[in-house]
Design a protein around this ligand. Structure first.
Ligand code: HSE
Length: 313
């Protein structure tokens, strides 16, 4: 086993383990644009296997992640093509704490882990920028792939090279109170609920909030965000899937959170506590859970590193 620091990208390897953080995306009105990496992790282990087959060997296999094998195969095919590598079969296992279909970037951990793992295994040298661009191409929106790759807070926008990312470190004192409901929401279903067009007033409302949230993270002044997480872009249309959403956020804010949002396309709801006051974070969590008792709570900080190749041989 080698630590990340000793990892030599130019060698080929037989197996590799990549740790990838879960993510919370949108942060209110930053739909498909803003994201934060969280200290909640999945580990993707890839081992070369004879033949061309790709096999998921972890307990979180096809039953728990419908379509996972096809998703990994698609990512691998894109990697082999773009990195100009000869394809090979492999066994892949996915373990960790990021729940499936809850809006915490679980699919992204699998995609990024697959791409980063193959990059490390082959010594192709795409690096984080190359891995991110391929993940964005596969997902169609970069708001989970950017923080999962680079860590911290990220804003991203379509650009000539695919997507461009601005990344800022999140103050270590920030606490994210993560309420994970017992039920799943599929991103594709949640995207179908969105309108094709928006009124000018709603666009202007969203632009202001995205600017303010980005400025607050860039200037490390998270306390200035009261009232800036309300949203007219996606949350109102998705509330029928998560009816407790407005009450969970209102309870969290009343208990001392700066604000709260639907994490990605849900079902998870996140409230931000801007100080390292763990008592306040616990009170916020309890208040959120009162509005949705059938749920799990995590209080976590932001991950600063993005994905990390942990071991290889
Ligand atoms: N931004 C996406 C959505 C989910 O809200 O549908 C995360 O990529």
């Amino acid at each position: 086993m080698q630590g990340n620091g000793d990892f030599n990208m130019n060698e080929t390897h037989n197996h590799v383990v990549v740790r990838v953080p879960g993510t919370t995306a949108n942060l209110g009105s930053g739909f498909d644009v803003l994201g934060i990496a969280l200290k909640l992790y999945n580990r993707v282990r890839i081992e070369r296997a004879p033949g061309k087959a790709i096999r998921i060997t972890s307990p979180l296999a096809e039953e728990a992640r419908p379509g996972a094998t096809a998703m990994v195969a698609e990512a691998a095919a894109l990697f082999f093509r773009r990195a100009r590598q000869r394809g090979f079969g492999f066994d892949i296992s996915i373990t960790g704490d990021v729940p499936v279909a809850r809006g915490l970037g679980s699919s992204t951990t699998v995609l990024v882990g697959t791409l980063a793992g193959l990059d490390a295994l082959t010594g192709a040298g795409l690096g984080k920028e190359g891995v991110f661009q391929l993940a964005n191409e596969l997902e169609g929106h970069p708001d989970n792939a950017a923080p999962a790759t680079f860590g911290g807070f990220t804003a991203s926008a379509p650009a000539a090279e695919g997507a461009r990312v601005a990344r800022f470190a999140v103050p270590t004192k920030a606490r994210f109170v993560v309420l994970v409901p017992g039920f799943e929401v599929r991103t594709a279903d949640a995207r179908r609920l969105l309108p094709a067009e928006y009124a000018k007033a709603d666009v202007v409302h969203a632009l202001g909030r995205v600017a303010m949230v980005t400025a607050a993270f860039a200037s490390r002044n998270l306390g200035s965000l009261q009232g800036m997480y309300d949203d007219r872009v996606h949350q109102p249309c998705r509330t029928p899937l998560i009816p407790a959403l407005p009450r969970v956020i209102a309870n969290g804010v009343k208990a001392g959170a700066v604000g709260g949002w639907l994490s990605g396309s849900g079902s998870t709801i996140v409230c931000l506590v801007a100080t390292d006051d763990d008592g306040r974070a616990a009170r916020v969590g309890k208040a959120m859970q009162r509005a949705l008792p059938a749920s799990w709570l995590h209080v976590v900080g932001a991950d600063a590193a993005g994905y990390r190749v942990e071991a290889s041989r």
